[in-house]
Ligand binder design. Structure first.
Ligand SMILES: Cc1ncc(COP(=O)(O)O)c(C=O)c1O
Length: 400
């Protein structure tokens, strides 16, 4: 039985009438740029996440560019981030003219390692005579960008503490993690959510995301609601009063049509995350029953016992197998028509476009190992138990 990596048609079948009515409403209004649908969606995200500001953007990429522009991070700056993420995280830093500086990941979670971060800040970066924190090539270090990869929050407690010690803003790439929670010890009534713990953050609504648009879409968050007008100006070419520009922004607007689709989907996000977690639990049980736990390392759930609902939202279900077996396993699953994917085949410091940064193979062993060993298996709310049995059965056949 073929098993897709992701089948969006199943979700659409459940929401088709509601979405079509909402989209028709936008078409009837002929108001396509910003307007009530976008505002309504932004309010929904603020309410769901607890973010102080939520400003809809044209993609996760543009949402990150807008966040960087809000902090005036640009040419001559350096930003600390992870080498194991989707390209955009570091690509956006380069696009605004800043230099991505990588530190290695925690091999158990795939997320940036706070230990590696501390090591870099303590032993590699240096304060100059004016107290500016600089990297060895001279650029001032302006921010830290942790990524909540695959739907699991990075270890934000130590990251936020370190960043505060070094007076660095934290910008969260929450593109894959809308709704994911973290056991932050801030004494607040509700658990902290991805995209609300740092100064700014961003989500992607690329169609395959847990909250997916019918095209590109994204959103920038900020802890401080007072940043809303700045972010709104940035997404409109820096325009505040009509046709008056004190600075240059971009066209980063979220379409009303996309906001309409996203608003229909938003109330389902919690149930979908719960269903994804159930699928993850089912995988765990099935891999154990099949005796595969020695061969296949399942995703870590470091916050599972800490009273959180969305301790992991399983945007992706990424397992690890020995590097020498990974590609053969992928070929075996593909031959059986079982969807799987490699997120990501190359750590970012090894990408050709970043050669000028001067990194070498071996600089970030945990990220490089993850790139050789990881394999994403099908996970989505509507995935059936028999499909999961098929996936695990095929993997068991491969190792038998
Ligand atoms: C971690 C990460 N960062 C950034 C992005 C960029 O988002 P988008 O594709 O919406 O521009 C994505 C998603 O594609 C992502 O997964």
């Amino acid at each position: 039985m073929p098993v897709p990596l992701l089948d969006l048609k199943r979700q659409y079948a459940l929401l088709r009438e509601e979405i079509e009515a909402r989209v028709r409403g936008v078409m009837d209004s002929q108001q396509f740029i910003l307007g009530p649908e976008v505002e309504n969606f932004e309010a929904g995200v603020r309410q769901l996440s607890g973010a102080g500001a939520a400003v809809g953007m044209s993609s996760g990429t543009d949402a990150q560019i807008a966040a960087l522009m809000a902090l005036k991070i640009g040419p001559g700056d350096a930003v600390l981030t992870t080498p194991y993420t989707f390209f955009a995280t570091a690509g956006c830093l380069s696009r605004v003219g800043a230099r991505p500086v990588f530190v290695d990941i925690d091999p158990a979670t795939f997320n940036i390692s706070p230990v590696a971060m501390a090591e870099y800040l303590e032993n590699v970066a240096r304060r100059d005579a004016h107290g500016v924190l600089r990297i060895p090539t001279g650029e001032p270090l302006r921010a830290v960008v942790p990524v909540h990869l695959f739907g699991l929050c990075a270890e934000m407690d130590p990251i936020l503490r370190l960043a505060a010690d070094y007076h660095l803003p934290v910008l969260e790439d929450a593109s894959q993690a809308i709704g994911a929670e973290y056991p932050l010890t801030r004494g607040e009534a509700r658990p902290a959510q991805a995209g609300t713990m740092g100064e700014l953050g961003w989500f992607s609504f690329f169609p395959s995301k847990n909250l997916g648009a019918f095209g590109d879409g994204g959103l920038t968050t900020a802890r401080d609601p007072a940043l809303t007008p700045l972010l709104k100006a940035i997404r409109m070419h820096g325009m505040e009063a009509q046709y008056f520009h004190r600075f240059v922004g971009g066209n980063f607007r979220l379409d009303a049509l996309q906001a309409a689709v996203l608003s229909v989907k938003l109330p389902h996000l919690g149930a979908w995350a719960a269903a994804r977690r159930e699928r993850a639990n089912d995988y765990r049980a099935a891999f154990r029953r099949a005796g595969l736990l020695e061969k296949v390392t399942l995703p870590a759930e470091p916050y599972a016992e800490q009273g959180l609902r969305n301790h992991h939202i399983y945007h992706q279900y990424v397992v690890r197998v020995a590097a020498h077996e990974r590609d053969a396993l992928r070929a075996h699953l593909t031959a059986r028509q079982i969807g799987c994917a490699i997120y990501y085949p190359l750590a970012l410091h090894q990408q050709e476009c970043f050669r000028s940064l001067g990194y070498r193979a071996g600089d970030f062993p945990a990220a490089e190992a993850a790139a050789r060993e990881s394999l994403a298996l099908p996970i989505f709310p509507e995935l059936t138990n028999s499909e999961q049995q098929e996936v695990v059965g095929a993997i068991a056949d491969f190792f038998s």
